[in-house]
Structures are given as structure tokens and as C-alpha cells.
Write a new protein. Sequence first.
Length: 135
Amino acid sequence: MKVNKKKIFISVTLVYLFFIMVNVFSVNNNNKTSNKSYDNIINKNAPEELIVNKVPKPLSLGVADWGKDIFYDRTESYKKWFVLSGISKMRDGYKAFINNEILSKGDRIKGFTVITITETEVVLKKNNTSLTLKL
């Protein structure tokens, strides 16, 4: 006797959905209370040693409690992205060797734009962040 796989799949799915629906409606009926506070229900139904009253920790708004500040200056972490290996003077100005790429003023690398190149440093800018790479 050959059984159709689609029929078996549909039957199993329907049985599964039935059990989910029964469980959802039974949970909703058990949670209905008549003008009683949640604390009173716990105190009546649980032994005293099982009740744990947790007081929520107050929200700390002090500077020491912030952890990482969203206004933190990230230039030091951005500097790790770039390796300035050299600067060369050409006919049309200075060229910088950053991350094995030859860049001139106005070129872009990793979202930063090369603003200025001098014989000892390169200034990169992205949005409001300015980054100076020195030899």
C-alpha cells in the first residue's frame, strides 16, 4: 500500500498546529486573574524560601558608568586601518604610499579622502573625522 507523502505531511502539520493552539488557549485561561495583584498570587502559591524579591538596579547615568561613549574619538582605532609606508615628491605634487596603494590628493581609501600630503604627513578625512598619518 503506497501512502502519499503530501497527505502525511499535511496530517502531521495539522496535529502540530492543533497542539500549539490548545497550549496557547490554556495558557491564556490560566493567566486570567480577578483583580488580584501578581505578588499576592506568588505569595499564596509558593513556599516562602522559593520567593525571590529582586529589586531592579537603578539606571546609572554617571560618566564612569557609560562604558563606551558614543562621542568617543575613534581616530586611534582608524589609524590601525592604515599603514603609511612612504611619501614621494612627484612633478604634480606629493604621492603617499598607504596600504600598498599610491595615492594623491583627492583619492579615496576605505571611505577616507586624502586631503593634504606633505613630506612628513598625510591628512585623511571622512565626514567629521580627520586623521593624520605621520612617517
